[in-house]
Design a protein. Sequence first.
Length: 304
Amino acid sequence: MKHINTENRNRYALITGASSGFGYEFANLFAADGYNLIIVGRNEKQLQKITDDFKAKYDVEVTPVLKDLFDRNAAQAIYAHTKTMGINVDVLVNDAGQGQWGMFAETDLERDLDIIQLNVITLLSLTKLFLKDMLARGEGKILQLASEAGKTPMPLMAVYAATKAFVISFTEALINETENTGVSVTMLLPGASDTDFFHKAQAEKTVVYKEEELADPVEVAKAGYKGLMKGENRITIGAGAKSHVAMSAMMPDHVSAANMRKKMELSEKPDNENRREALHDPSFEERLKIVRETGELSGDYKSN
């Protein structure tokens, strides 16, 4: 059993998407820091395993909540559950999110609507319900999982990128609204990461997944956790993601969309080839030089 930070003994962190990926890593970090957990997910077996492991390893309370966040009433049910248990949520981590790869006209409509429900409606609902309580107490923290994808249009994952654009805009507004309230709102903007996201989105054969360096979810979660605890509002992880976010502010949207299209197209490399082999990735300065030389930042980008 690890040493527990007793200052957090009576604090609770609620984490969605806690069964895997960033959600699992955040749950591990909070538990290691002495927080009691409310972990939300759809995989009952995995949730129970995490519950048993973290209780034994960290000696904290872990409450698994089996809930399908595609359900329109999921957020209200989760909130009601915490009230029934007499728990005040000190930290809300809205991690759960999914995407769907393919041409928009050809993807499944119900799946698109589910993604909007999960990435937007459930996130919004949980935020509203728990933010009200935090403001009434004059303290609390909220972490929203955005993405660098929300900074640019993304052909072949159009709905996913649009939902993340909502998260970014929504969170920026909340950052302003919660100033000087004792409540901090943070958004995390990771780049493409080595989680099960691409598998769920059926995007394992794309250029970005097979040919580019993927961020380590452990390191992304650590950076996000550190920034959250410091009260930072915006956290962008990795040089590639930082460059992408910076360039998206200067490039016309149609240029950004064309660049993202190339990343999201199918890779011609065989599946067994090392997706993390060294590639030349133009630096921020190189990309900015290209933009300046080929077109006005506020107008059309002229390319061959």
